[in-house]
Ligand binder design. Structure first.
Ligand code: PEP
Length: 255
């Protein structure tokens, strides 16, 4: 049984102070919720302070990216061990903004994933097609490529521990979320591939969550599908009440 997994991607928003204020308020709002895995991903500068503010609560903390090397001359980069030391337990890998603006590829996603697992970070791996790819009818082929190359060489046990975020690029920050039918089709396909390529226990345990214009008023129709295990939320996670409502409404379905 997979409990809903709801993650906030704050992107390049919130100072240290703003992140701490958010989490102090939010942790008391969710203190009685034990049946949802909740994560917030602040900018690197706020990871440590937000993790301290979330200590002994049900809120976990994620980095928004990671480098695959342990240390070295990689200006601007952060290693998995550094994130872990700062208090993160999760890391987002391969977000479409990283792929589009910063050159992430399926190959670098794979290297980051291996590094994250090696430092006991739970990876939240983003996959999803662009609008052009969807219009050309390539959605499922793109997902196959991203899963095959991104998760290359992982064991079934490692895949079982992952969170895979299906984020159609055309739905991110656009206000146009995938319909429950579109999301259900993609999620069903991803689950089948996980079963085929990594075995039934991996497919049954891996969280496959949806991301793209999730809001309090559409979370329920999205997570109601049995293969949708939660959501990665951008814009609507910046406001504490909206994010709380998304968490609360994700529980109204059994996943
Ligand atoms: C995201 O950035 O991962 C995302 C899903 O953003 P939004 O919710 O704003 O579409």
């Amino acid at each position: 049984m997979r409990v809903p997994f709801i993650a906030a991607n704050w992107k390049m928003f919130k100072t240290v102070h703003e992140g701490v204020v958010f989490v102090k308020e939010f942790r008391s709002m969710v203190k009685d919720i034990s049946d949802v895995e909740i994560v917030v991903a602040p900018p690197f500068t706020a990871v440590h302070a937000v993790a301290e503010a979330a200590r002994n609560s049900v809120v976990g903390v994620a980095g928004q990216d990671v480098h695959w090397e342990r240390e070295g001359a990689f200006t601007g980069a952060i290693s998995a061990g550094m994130l872990r030391e700062a208090g993160a337990e999760y890391v987002i890998i391969g977000h479409s903004e990283r792929r589009r603006l910063f050159g992430d590829t399926d190959e670098t996603v794979n290297r980051k994933l291996v590094a994250a697992l090696g430092s006991r970070l739970t990876p939240i791996v983003c996959i999803g097609e662009t609008l052009e790819e969807r219009e050309r009818g390539e959605t499922l082929a793109v997902l196959d490529r991203q899963i095959k190359a991104g998760l290359d060489s992982l064991t079934g046990e490692q895949v079982a521990s992952l969170v895979l975020a299906y984020e159609p690029v055309w739905a991110i920050g656009t206000g146009r979320n995938a319909t429950p039918l579109e999301a259900g089709e993609a999620h069903g396909h991803i689950r089948n591939r996980l079963r085929q390529w990594f075995g039934a226990p991996a497919a049954d345990h891996c969280h496959v969550i949806y991301g793209g214009s999730v809001k309090p008023d559409n979370i329920h129709e999205i997570v109601v599908h049995p293969d949708v295990d939660g959501a990665l939320v951008g814009g609507a996670s910046l406001e504490v009440r909206a994010f709380f409502d998304i968490v609360a409404r994700s529980r109204q379905s059994t996943v």
